[in-house]
Structure formats: C-alpha cells, structure tokens
Design a binder for this molecule. Structure first.
Ligand code: GLU
Length: 468
C-alpha cells in the first residue's frame, strides 16, 4: 500500500513549534515509507486566514527543509467540490437543511444546561422533507444515532465513541460555505490520504469525520493523534513561554537541523539516542514509538543540541546560515574580511547559537567604535602601550602572516620582556577585537589579517597614550 500523509495548517498565524512537529512527523512517515507528503492550506476561514500567515508557513517549511510532493493546495480553491459533496449528501439522505434559528438553538442550549445535559442539537429538522426556499438554512450531517465509532489510533490505541454522543454537525453555513469538518473530509478523501497525523486537539473531530467519510463510501484513513506540547510550567506551549514561531528560532540563531532534531524527540524516542541525522530520523521513525502523553518543551536541551550541530556540522553549511545572521548585522562577509568558513571553525566551540557567533565575529569584518570598558581598564594599563608598540614593530617584520609565526612573535616578545604570555596576548586581543574575548590569539590575528591588525594596534597605542 502506498502511503500518503498531509500537513494541513490553517493560515491564521505563523508556523509554530506544535505545527512544525506535526509536519515533521507526517513528512517522516511519508519519507520512511517512500510515500507522498502533501501540504494543504486550510484557508476557508476567510476572516482569520491571511496571506501573511500563508507566507510564514511556507517560509517555515522551507527553512526546515520539509519538502512536499504535492501542494500547497488551498481549500478556498475547492469550494465547488465541497458544494458538490454537500449536495450529494443531501440527495442521498445523509444531510439535511436545518431552519432552526439562532434564538431557538440558544434556547435549546439553555434548557439543556439547566437540565445538566450536554448541549447538542436535538435533531428537530432531521426528518423535514422538501426545501423551504425562502428561509436561510444551514446543512447538517445526519449522524447515525446508534452504534459506536472506533478510532484505531496509531498513537493512542482504540478510542470508542458512541454515536449518541455526536449530534448532527453543521457542514454548510447559512451562506452555503462549508465548515471545517466537511472540507477536511473531502480533501482527505480526494487526496487519498492514508494517514492523518495531527495534534490530539482534533480527536473530538475524528469520529464525526469518520462518519462523513463512511457516508461518502470513502476508505477511512488511519489516524495518529500526537500528544500536546507543554511549556516548562506544564501549561500548553504558547507565546508566553518564549519563542514558538519556527522563524523566531532562525532569528535566534538555531540551525534548522537542530530544531528538527529537537522536534523529533518531542514525543518520540528511539532507545536513548539524542542526536539523529535526517537519514536516521527517516529510517528509525515510527508512529508506534510516539508517546501517548504530552511532552515538555525544554529550551536548554534545544540550545545544547544547537551547539552540538554548530560544532559538528560541515563548517561550510554552518557558514551559509551564519552569513544570513551577519547580513542581519549589516555585514556582507563576502565583500571584505576572512572566509566565513574559517570564522566558523574558530568560533564553533564557543558559540551556542549563530546569533552569538555572528555578534562575536563582527570585528573580523568591521571596525569597532569603542573598547569594552572593563577589558580596556584591565588590559590597557601603564606600559601596555609599549608592549603593543613592540608587537607592532615585530608584526611589521612578519612576512608570512600565519598563526604559527604570529604565535612565535608573541611568545618571544613575552620572554624578552619577562612578562607572562597573558600580559602580552590580552592587551593585544583588546586592541584588535575591542574586547577580551576571542578565539586563540594566533587564529584571531590570522582571521583579522595583517593590515587590520597593524592599523588597530596603532589605534590602541594612541588610545592608551591619550588617556595617560
Ligand atoms: N487545519 C487544522 C489545524 O490547523 C488541521 C486539520 C487536520 O490536520 O485535520 O489545526
């Protein structure tokens, strides 16, 4: 059997962590089985759907590398098809016009609440025959009254719901527009979706959707409802827990693979392995291993993973992502300065995010305006100008600007002046970087380059002498 999964976001906001995990699990399942993964934008709620959200979802998918074999489909392009199915259900007696007014329904609800009954439609219009042309009507699905619906959920196991718990769902509004449960059903049927993988907030919809599918004679897909993602305080993950938008993670300096790796472990495990290449994820992923209970989003673990990916990925790959962050800081690393790949190699052990790495790499490309106050106070002490001046002279004589030669110059000078290495290297570091933090000084100097190093030394010497 060939497998088809879909990710079906409603474009009413950005692509958030929960959505991205649903997309990832659906994508993995399709890829694992050599199946098809579809992206379907569920934009029928015209008031809440925006083009901006559509773009944000597409951008998020693309940044994560979750490619789709079909789509993006847009439900708003399928209105004719939904109408056709609604008509079909009416004609075959599985749906009916309901003329009950809002007031009537409200009254019914109040009565039911007063009697401590579950509010539900009482089926008043169910047996009406003929169409009352003059009055606005919704269309309701004629849910079976007897029997049960069993969801053979691939994550949660069997879930049995009695039909008498389900009332007759509205499938078309008064203006004829289809409702969510109808559109999902029609598209899942038409797109021959075999596995519906989605958040467990949809579990209540599933038996209703299954009944409609049965009425349409469609083959039922298999369902897998994924457990919720919680914030550290145990509440459902939301904006107030910090970044939840996928693109915010890009902005905050995460690599997409690190986020994917983090997401795959949110509710799924494979032994105690933590780090998975994409190929491994595809190979090992299975719905059987998805947790039944909710999982908690742990920012620190994501940060740890990100650092692992920064350290262990191909530096050229990291550099491509870092380049974007340098751009955000107004720097074009291709224009002037060291090869960004070398910068990555120098910085990757010390940077947990690409933002950290970018901010800490600005001085390789751009002059700084001032020295870090604490670092300057500590290192630009009396006499440090002479140390820097001596270094300047020695550096001028270096013909081969390599880490090795530069290191030797520093060691020799320290020895000659009877200073420990730090007393030479630290003022030098502040002079060329503006702060006391940088990779090993020889690497730092090779990255900054001869010309900039000499110019910055002169500037620092003047700065120290002027403050005397
Ligand atoms: N459009 C729905 C949502 O964004 C998902 C529908 C589904 O996966 O069946 O929550």
């Amino acid at each position: 059997m060939s497998i088809t999964t879909r990710f079906a976001p409603s474009p009413t906001g950005y692509l958030h962590v929960g959505g991205a995990r649903t997309a990832l699990f659906s994508w993995l399942y399709a890829r694992k089985h050599g199946g098809k993964f579809i992206l379907r934008i569920e934009d029928t709620d015209l008031e809440r759907s925006t083009q901006e959200s559509v773009n944000a979802i597409l951008e998020g998918m693309s940044w994560l590398g979750l490619d789709y074999d079909e789509g993006p489909y847009y439900q708003t392009h399928h209105f004719d098809r939904y109408k056709e199915i609604i008509q079909q259900l009416i004609v075959q007696g599985d749906a009916y016009y309901c003329y009950c007014s809002k007031d009537e329904l409200e009254q019914l609800r109040t009565e039911q609440m007063a009697n401590k009954e579950k509010p539900r439609y009482n089926g008043k219009c169910r047996e009406l025959t003929g169409l009352d042309e003059g009055r606005e009507a919704v269309v309701r699905f004629k849910n079976p009254v007897d029997g049960v619906v069993t969801i053979d959920d691939l994550v949660k196991g069997d879930i049995v719901v009695a039909n008498k718990e389900l009332d007759d769902l509205i499938i078309a509004r008064g203006d004829g527009s289809p409702t969510y449960n109808l559109t999902v059903v029609v598209d899942d049927m038409d797109m021959k979706v075999t596995h519906v993988i989605r958040g467990d907030d949809h579990i209540n919809n599933t038996p209703r959707q299954m009944n409609i599918l049965k009425a349409l004679g469609a083959e039922l897909p298999k369902y897998a409802h994924l457990p919720m993602i919680l914030g550290s305080d145990g509440a459902r993950l939301s904006k107030r827990h910090g970044a939840v938008s996928v693109m915010q993670f890009r902005d905050d300096g995460y690599l997409p693979e690190a986020l994917l790796n983090y997401l795959v472990r949110l509710g799924w495990s494979h032994g105690d392995q933590e780090i998975f290449t994409l190929d491994e994820m595809v190979e090992y992923f299975d719905l059987d291993d998805v947790n039944v209970s909710a999982s908690t989003f742990n920012m620190e673990k994501l940060l740890w993973l990100n650092h692992q990916y920064i350290m262990n990925s191909d530096p050229a790959h990291v550099a491509r992502h870092l380049s974007w962050h340098m751009g955000q800081l107004g720097i074009d690393p291709a224009a002037d300065g060291p090869d960004l790949v070398d910068v990555v190699k120098a910085q990757r052990e010390r940077s947990k995010t690409l933002v950290e790495m970018a901010v800490a790499s600005v001085y390789f490309y751009k002059e700084f305006d001032s020295y870090d106050e604490k670092a300057a106070k500590k290192n630009f002490t009396v006499g440090s100008d002479d140390v820097l001046a001596a270094l300047h002279v020695k550096f001028l004589l270096v013909t081969n600007w390599s880490g090795e030669s530069l290191h030797q110059v520093i060691v020799d000078l320290a020895e000659m002046l009877g200073l420990n290495l730090g007393k030479v290297a630290q003022p030098l570091r502040v002079a060329v970087c503006g702060s006391a933090v940088s990779p090993a000084i020889d690497i730092t100097l090779t990255l900054i380059g001869r010309e900039k190093t000499l110019a910055r030394l002169e500037k620092a010497i003047n700065h120290i002498r002027n403050q005397k």
